[in-house]
Each structure stands twice: as structure tokens, then as C-alpha cells.
Design a protein around this ligand. Sequence first.
Ligand code: HAM
Length: 434
Amino acid sequence: MNPEKIPSEKTEKKDSRTLKGMRDIFGDEYYAYQGFYEKATEIAIYYGFQPIETPVLEEESLFISGVGEGTDIVDKEIYAFKTKGGDRVALRPEGTVSIMRAYFENGFQSQPQPVMLYFYGPLFRHDKPQRGRYREFRQFDLEIIGTSKSIADAMIIKLSLLILEEAGLKNLKLELNSIGDKECRTEYRKELVSYYKKHLKDVCGDCRERLKTNPLRLLDCKNPECQPIKNEAPNAISFLCTPCKAHFKELLEYLEMMEITYEINHNLVRGLDYYSRTVFEISNRDDGPEASALAGGGRYDYLARRLGSKRDTPAVGGAIGVDRVLLSTGATTPHSRLLKKPKVFFIQLSFDAKLKSMQVIEILRKAKVPLAQSISKDSLATQLAIAERLKVPYTIILGQREALENTVIVRNMNNRSQEVMPIKELGEYLKNLK
Ligand code: HAM
């Protein structure tokens, strides 16, 4: 080894830590995420969605074309870098663009349409970290690709609400808007620009910039000085062309039929460029008036063309921010099915017993008897104390003698009775005990 390469004492002592806005997830919190994913997956599959997983790393240009220049995600938040081979790549900041790429790359367009896909996993945005806003965060995402029918919009909204309700949230607020298609939106954008041009001196610097780069985002401005101008701005719904109006009206009918209450928010435009027609966001009223969105989405009929497709591929989707849901007031995540309350605590005494212990565990696993154990503890008293604490109804004790005789002692923790049992009969026996 080159002596110059040996790390100095100084570098060795430095604590390694996760990056800002990123964290380790373990213990009960891990199981809360797991329980959420299991429930959401069950609902998605029930409604006919198929799973998809896309790479965490993609070409940077995919997100620039898909999400759009002039959006915060592309301009400020994307984690993009050059590989050692010289390629420009990016950590995915959202899922929809990758899923649309995957749809074409894997020939989904030749399957019966629409194709309904769900995805969950980590995403990366270099945002200012705060409670509920991380640089690595997780979404559960639903996409319906290949139909312009309003029932697809309604289904995405319904399922997003359903999954949030199953996570224990009761006081959900659904905000909706329609930003039209390329025909009527062009008209609307012109009107918005001309309105803001008249009020240039009354709005903030960011708004003056947005006017040049991305005028719809003017309606996103949270700056108090801009609110009076924003409140009087022309709204997109009154510019909708006849087909867009009909589409929006149908969506509202579906929602009313499902008894889903909604609020129309004329300022809802969303921070990604690919949307057309329906846009929506869901928040929890119990999180307070400034609560950030737990889920958001909308229709993206032109994304396929932005990514280079020659044919129109209408689509709609939505994503739930899982980290935010778990922090939200009233969240009670569904129990993970992987976690079973142990019925038996397995006490192993002596080296001979430990040698046999895996064999015993395997018998119990096959018999589907949930078990807890403590692999490195040797004393009977310590292990019994753990069993008491876990409130398991039974313990099995494998000592040196039992190991030699291929038996175990089964102890009823309630009445303290004990009996000796051959190892090979243990699975059936424990399975049938109440
Ligand atoms: P989005 O609104 O950017 O939409 O994100 C959806 C949800 O992800 C947000 O409502 C929020 O709960 C969560 N989220 C976003 N950024 C963060 C963050 N930095 N930390 C924690 N949670 C966050 C999209 O990503 C679209 N792809 C949704 C979609 C799917 N549209 C159509 N299909």
C-alpha cells in the first residue's frame, strides 16, 4: 500500500453522518412505512394497478424535458452530476417522468390501454430541509396511462383519498383546478401575462421572473405583497374550451357520485410543467391552515410528446408523500403483516443447545408459529425475564440435556406448567396450542 494513501488520524476520527435532509429509518418507524406500503399496495392491486420499479438514476435530460426548465425541481432542486464516464445523470426527483419513459421503452403502448401502474420508493430534491420536507423522501405513486377519460382522473383522486383514509387521516381537504389543454391554456396564459404586466410594480422579484419563464407559476406565489394581485387574477376555468369544460364537469360528477367533497382552487397550478386539464392536491385540515400537501397530481396528456413520442398518450396520476403522511395529525399506520406478535419465546442454554437452535427455529417457521428469541444470552433467568416482558404465552427451553435427547421443554407462562416434547413434534404441538 502506498504509505501516502493511509488515512491520517485526523480523517479517521471524523464521524460519518447522513447527508442533510436524509436519514436512516429503522425500528417502529420502519414498520410504519412498511405497513403503509402494504396497505397502499393492496388497494392499488385491488383496483387493477400493476407494480413498476424504475432506476433511481436516469439521464438528466429526461427530467429536463419532462418536468421542464423554469420549474423549481429542474432549476434548483435536481441532484444532477457528471459520471466518471462523462454522462450527465440525475437522481429521480419524481416518478411520473420515469414511468412514462418506461411505458415506451418496455412496449406498454402495445398492451390493452389504459395501463395502470403503481410505484413506491425514494426520490431526491435539493430543497431546504424542514419538518416534512426532506432531500430524500418517499412517494406512493399511481399512474393511469393511455386514456383521456375523466373516470381515470376520478379514480386517481378516489384512491389517493382512500389510501390516506386507511392511514387514519379523517379530515382531508381535496383542492381541484383545471388548467385546460394546449388550446385554451395558451389563451389563458396570454391573459394572465397581460394582467400581471399591468401590475408589475406591485409584485415581488420572483413573480417578475416567473412572468418571463413560467407565468402559470405566478399563481403559486406565497409572498404576502403579491396576494391582492393574485386574488384578482383571471382564472383558468373561465377560459376552458368546450372539451376541457366537459371533461372537468364529468370529473366533478364522478366526485359528487362518490360523495367526495372538493374545493375549487383557482390558484392551484402545481410546480411541474407537464400538467394539462385536471390538477389536484390533498392536505389534512387537522395539520392547520398552512399544512403542506400530502398528495398531489393531475393529468399530463402532453408528457409523452415532451419525451419524444410521436403519438398522443393521455395520462393522469398522483403521488402521496409517505413521510408527510406518517407525520400528519391522526396518522395511524396499518400494521405491517410481516410483524407477528410472538407466541413463543425460545430459550437456548449451552453451546450444544445453540448448535441445534436453527433446526428448531426452522421447524417452527414452517409450522407458522411466531417466535422471539435472544441469540446471544446464556442465562435462564435473563431469557425468562425477556419472555415475561414480551408477554408471550409460551416459552420453549432447550438445554444441554434436551439437546442430546432431541427434546425441548415447553413452558406455559401463565400457569407455569411444563412438559417435555420431542423436537420433531414441536411444530404441530405449538400450532394447536391456544
Ligand atoms: P409533487 O406534488 O411534487 O408531485 O409531490 C407529491 C407529494 O410528494 C407532495 O404532495 C408531498 O407530500 C411529497 N413531497 C414532495 N416533495 C417532498 C419533500 N421534499 N419532502 C417530503 N415530501 C415531499 C409529484 O411528484 C408528481 N410526480 C405527482 C404526479 C404523479 N403527478 C402525476 N402523477
